[in-house]
Design a protein around this ligand. Structure first.
Ligand code: ATR
Length: 272
């Protein structure tokens, strides 16, 4: 069977390496490849895939919302988030799923444990932060959303359940008392690798710092966190676990996350 990544552009992606390594390990005769798809050709590409009986696909920027109208049905995950990153082909019926956030939360709980008693500071109020906040708000004991533009954080917090508040990055002293700090902004991403959204003085031992940025593998925020004695979790694990969840939907088999992580890591190292 053939599996694809639909995006534009898709030149730089770790997904083929990750999925092909997992197919190989499980002895599955499948191939995952990039399918660069211009926005105006999205409908026609999906039609072509249907005719060729593909196994499934991932969907990335800029198609995650637009792809919805080409699906036959949506799984609850995609309905809740309003975006699709995984297409399941169930006997010709195309089902849109979203594994981005489930993967991100799974990576977090595997590292941290149960979230029920945790106080979480989430940095950012963009697309990625919003999706994570939606999942976290009902699960954690306290969620503080900090964003460069405070209004966006406040607006987001108001529509979420639980003990959730929003404020500006100027209020970052709250990080001191957090159990988990999550960076869902683009600060620190290549080429701005010397930047961190949080002043290092607020990081401490006993905390978990989770950066969803995966390029570089170890961001400035993670380096500062390590120096302060905090635990860290890098964004490549979020990417790997969204892949693990997609893989399970397609094959009903559980791949080894470490195999996918190592394959992705090799690709990232090759780029540098
Ligand atoms: P994504 O879909 O990856 O979440 P996005 O929706 O463009 O991308 O959101 C980017 C996030 O990073 C936002 O929270 C943004 O803050 P604003 O809402 O104030 O724009 C944050 N961000 C980007 N660059 C930043 C910077 N230099 N300092 C602080 N926050 C930044």
């Amino acid at each position: 069977m053939n599996y694809y990544l639909l995006g534009y552009p898709v030149g730089h992606s770790v997904s083929p390496a990750m999925h092909n390594a997992a197919f190989k390990e499980l002895g599955l005769p499948h191939i995952y490849s990039l399918l660069e798809t211009e926005p105006e050709k999205l409908g026609e590409t999906v039609q072509r895939l249907r005719e060729n009986k593909f196994g499934g696909a991932n969907v990335t920027t800029p198609h995650k919302i637009e792809i919805i109208k080409h699906m036959d049905t949506l799984a609850p995950s995609a309905k809740r988030i309003g975006a699709v990153n995984t297409i399941e082909n169930r006997g010709g019926q195309l089902i849109g799923h979203n594994t981005d956030v489930i993967g991100g939360i799974k990576a977090l709980t595997l590292k941290y444990g149960e979230l029920t008693e945790s106080r979480v500071v989430l940095l950012g109020a963009g697309g990625a932060a919003r999706a994570l906040a939606q999942e976290l708000a009902p699960k954690v004991s306290e969620l503080v959303i900090l964003n460069r533009s405070p209004d966006k954080a406040d607006k987001l917090a108001r529509i979420l359940p639980g003990n959730t508040v929003g404020a500006g990055l100027g209020e970052q002293q709250v990080v001191k008392t957090a159990d988990i700090v999550i960076n869902a902004t683009s600060v620190g991403m290549t080429p701005n690798t010397s930047e961190s959204p949080i002043d290092a003085q607020y990081l401490r031992q006993g905390q978990l710092v989770y950066d969803i940025v995966y390029n570089p593998i170890k961001t400035k925020l993670m380096q500062d966190a390590e120096k302060a004695g905090a635990e860290t979790l890098g964004g490549l694990w979020m990417l790997v676990y969204q892949g693990v969840e997609s893989f399970k939907i397609w094959t009903d088999q559980e791949p080894t996350a470490e195999t996918m992580y190592n394959a992705a890591l090799r690709v990232l190292e090759d780029w540098h």
